[in-house]
Design a protein around this ligand. Structure first.
Ligand SMILES: *[C@@H]1O[C@H](CO)[C@@H](O)[C@H](O)[C@H]1NC(C)=O
Ligand SMILES: *[C@@H]1O[C@H](CO)[C@@H](O)[C@H](O)[C@H]1NC(C)=O
Length: 247
């Protein structure tokens, strides 16, 4: 029945061409739309924490926590060669109950709020800092860590090392309030077994240590050396930096 097999041939050819076209269109779409959105890939995490007393010397803080402490600036998925930022994933899901807001506020503190964040007021102001960190950074690892998992990871990593007791440790004191960059680096790496990144600002007559970053592997499980060649925040290893112990 040549006629029938001929029909099947044409039907098959039609289907193949149609499929090829869809595949071609999908490939084109992948390249035209933000490629970051499709891959969502990153090479490491950076956990960046503010030292409150320094932060409030450099910026005008509206409120201070009851004790001087390190609080989270953000958990940043990043690449070695190109900075990842604003990868365009899901929208921020605000916390709705006061208990979880208080819990997050304890370690992820917004110094620019006038009052502690409230569940009864507009989340767009109350949770602005967390929402911004999610859309600027959290979206870049969304393929691996969805939003609830990303926020859980940020909390877990924030509590993994107690940076305050590492730096203000009477058993292994560093020469405060003007230690060398190397004193601070080695106090931290002695505990974490990896190189941290120190981030300073200029303040009155020298550099002040404002943030400490610890780097983690893609799974967020193992501390790794922070390396960002060409970015110097605090000066040479022998430079002195100011580390105030109180507000
Ligand atoms: C980031 O690195 C990952 C893994 O190496 C890669 O797949 C991705 O394309 C990179 N993203 C950018 C924006 O360079
Ligand atoms: C970090 O780098 C140092 C050398 O600067 C190396 O000895 C150490 O093994 C590295 N640590 C990790 C966790 O990769």
């Amino acid at each position: 029945m040549p006629c029938l097999s001929g029909n099947i041939f044409w039907v098959n050819l039609f289907i193949s061409l149609h499929m090829a076209r869809s595949v071609l269109i999908s490939i084109l779409v992948m390249f035209i739309i933000d490629p970051q959105k499709i891959s969502g890939q990153y090479e490491f995490f950076k956990l960046v924490a503010f030292w409150g007393p320094s932060f409030c010397r450099v910026y005008d803080c509206w409120r201070e926590p009851p004790v001087p402490k390190f609080t989270l600036h953000g958990l940043w998925p990043d690449n070695y060669t190109r900075r990842l930022y604003n990868c365009g994933g899901s929208r921020y899901i605000p916390l709705s109950d006061q208990r979880s807001i208080n819990a997050r506020d304890d370690y992820w503190y917004d110094y620019f709020l006038l009052n502690p964040p409230s569940a009864r007021r507009n989340w767009r102001t109350q949770q602005k800092f967390w929402a911004k960190e999610w859309s600027n950074h959290g979206t870049c690892s969304e393929n691996v860590f969805n939003q609830p998992n990303y926020f859980n990871l940020a909390e877990t990593l924030m509590f993994r090392y107690d940076l305050r007791s590492i730096l203000f440790n009477s058993k292994n004191p560093i020469p405060l309030p003007w230690p060398r960059v190397s004193d601070v680096m080695s106090a931290i790496s002695k505990v974490t077994q990896a190189r941290p990144e120190l981030r300073c600002n200029y303040y009155i007559n020298g550099n002040i240590l404002v943030e400490v970053a610890l780097c983690y592997d893609v799974q967020g499980s193992r501390v790794i050396n922070c390396t960002r060649p060409g970015t110097v925040f605090c000066g040479r290893r022998s430079s002195r930096i100011y580390v105030p112990n109180n507000f």
